[in-house]
Design a protein around this ligand. Structure first.
Ligand code: NDP
Length: 290
């Protein structure tokens, strides 16, 4: 299979590498040096230009938001071939995806939204969970490709369903990180050692991915690696809030989470890691995790 792969960021770079084990992969990236390095190191082919990616059976995009995906669709639309499958692995906006799918369908190009979860380590190890929106037939086609990137591939529903569930699960994670940070800070200020507070939380009903995996390294060991940019997490929560708005839903926790993350983004900046919101929790209380 010939694959045109667009977007060699933190996630795309390792994902394209795994696909090249079984497929002919043509890579394109806005910053060309990354695509040159990928071709050099991982046996992929450097696209002469963006249009070269349209000369493929499958096009994969993994970009920051649906806005950048839309820009790429605009540029490739005159070049795409009927029968191509477009897989968008961006954590995008389900409403935009539906419009994109319709635009591509007019050119007889199929579309699935296939956002991923599992972080960069999951992309490196090909253990991602991938949630796919599209027809059952297109899901099967996408699964045959994406099985090289993930262990769990789930057909969620029609186009847009993958993007919807992705932003909703990330919103759950964001709210959990925030409330867990608040409670652990209170424990610390009460004089309880942070490792003890984490141990009790993780042995009890308050445990979560945040308390078991995300917070201990940062709060107890002072290590704050950049794993997932806060701007991406904020974007996901804002999309979730827009879905609530669209459905006239009453979702005060979601609205609060969105405001907290947008406020944290203003203070920490786009390139901060998403778990650095715990620093804002401390700052709001005149405290620190040190
Ligand atoms: P990065 O910021 O690391 O990479 C973004 C990629 O998009 C780069 O290749 C960048 O090119 C390209 N890009 C940015 N703007 C444009 C543009 N205007 N036109 C063309 N290309 C552009 O992002 P990630 O790989 O971390 O994330 C990608 C998607 O995956 C996001 O939607 C994110 O929410 C999601 N995601 C990320 C996870 C993570 O842990 N990082 C986990 C799960 C999902 P250039 O190299 O030139 O900057």
């Amino acid at each position: 299979m010939k694959i045109g792969f667009i977007g060699l960021g933190a996630m795309g770079f390792p994902m394209a590498r795994h696909l090249a084990k079984e497929h002919e992969v043509i890579v394109w990236n806005r910053t060309r040096e990354k695509a040159e390095r990928h071709a050099r190191e991982h046996g992929t082919k450097l696209a002469a230009d963006l249009a070269a990616c349209a000369n493929a059976d499958v096009i994969i995009t993994i970009l920051p938001t649906s806005t950048e995906v839309d820009e790429i669709v605009d540029q490739l639309l005159p070049h795409v071939k009927p029968g191509t499958l477009w897989i968008d692995a961006t954590s995008g906006d389900p409403n935009v995806s539906r419009i994109t799918a319709a635009r591509l369908a007019a050119k007889e190009v199929a579309f699935v939204d296939a956002p991923v979860t599992g972080a960069v380590v999951g992309a490196e190890n090909a253990t991602l969970t991938i949630m796919i929106g599209g027809t059952p037939e297109n899901f099967e086609k996408a699964r045959e490709i994406l099985r090289l990137n993930g262990k769990t591939l789930i057909h969620v529903g029609p186009v847009g369903a993958g993007h919807a569930i992705k932003v909703l699960t990330n919103t759950i994670m964001g709210a959990t990180v925030w409330i867990t940070s608040e409670c652990l800070l209170l424990a610390k200020q009460f004089g309880i050692d942070i490792k003890t507070a984490l141990a009790v939380t993780n042995a009890g009903s308050g445990r979560s991915n945040a308390s078991e995996n995300l917070l201990p390294m940062r709060l107890a060991e002072g290590k704050w690696p950049l794993v997932f940019k806060l701007m991406h997490h904020d974007k996901d929560i804002r999309i979730a809030a827009s879905l609530a708005h669209q459905q006239h839903a009453s979702t005060p926790m979601l609205a609060l989470t969105q405001h907290l993350f947008s406020g944290a983004l203003q203070q920490l900046g786009d390139e901060a890691d998403y778990i650095e919101v715990a620093k804002i929790v401390a700052k709001m209380n005149g405290a620190s995790w040190d």
